[in-house]
Design a protein around this ligand. Sequence first.
Ligand code: B16
Ligand code: MG
Length: 217
Amino acid sequence: SLQAVIFDLDGVIADTAVVHRAAWEQLAHDIGAPFDEHIAERMKGVDRRGSLEILLERAPHAYSEREKRVLEDRKNSYYVAQIECFGPDQLLRGARSAVESVRDAGLRTGLASASRNAPLLLDRLGIAELFDYVVDASRITHSKPHPEIFLAAATGLGVAPETCLGVEDAAAGVDSILAAGMRAVGVGDATVLARAEDILVGIEAFDIQRYISGQPN
Ligand code: B16
Ligand code: MG
């Protein structure tokens, strides 16, 4: 039976997917690399270096390891400048009550964000105390869609992966949840998240009772 729900952060709880995207788009502009919808979608849920590699696939020239680190830092500075002025208003509608409903149902709550800025963001949003366990992204070696981050969340919560439900807005994230042997709920575009057992238009539509009583479709 269901014991825990593990949430993604960017694009599920906080309205930051657009902020990451804008920061990458600015960096693309800086270095003269193309940027479009398809590239932005592929970057979702993927860690900082993985996202940079996607951007550099079509960059005008190759970059050394040292140069890549400079580019990552620059993107991060664009991102952090935006989230530093975040507050509870930047929670996606219904996010706080979704996490609270899981706790009220007697289940454990975890956070599996690839973002090394997650602790700062949780603090700014005022929801850090709602999670029983937050994965430290800096200790994860394989980016989503690898299952490592969701498995680390289950371990941290002290529950078996098959008793967990993961909630994600990115295709790479849904694949990571499924590869971890968990049930997956997608938030957002049904065509992108087709492999999830359930797809919600937004976290506002999250109803924990559906997953406690109902069997996967
Ligand atoms: P940072 P999530 C992911 O967070 C974002 O979706 C992705 O766009 C970002 O590149 C990644 O975190 C790393 O973020 O550069 O802040 O460490 O969706 O897993 O919560
Ligand atoms: Mg996300």
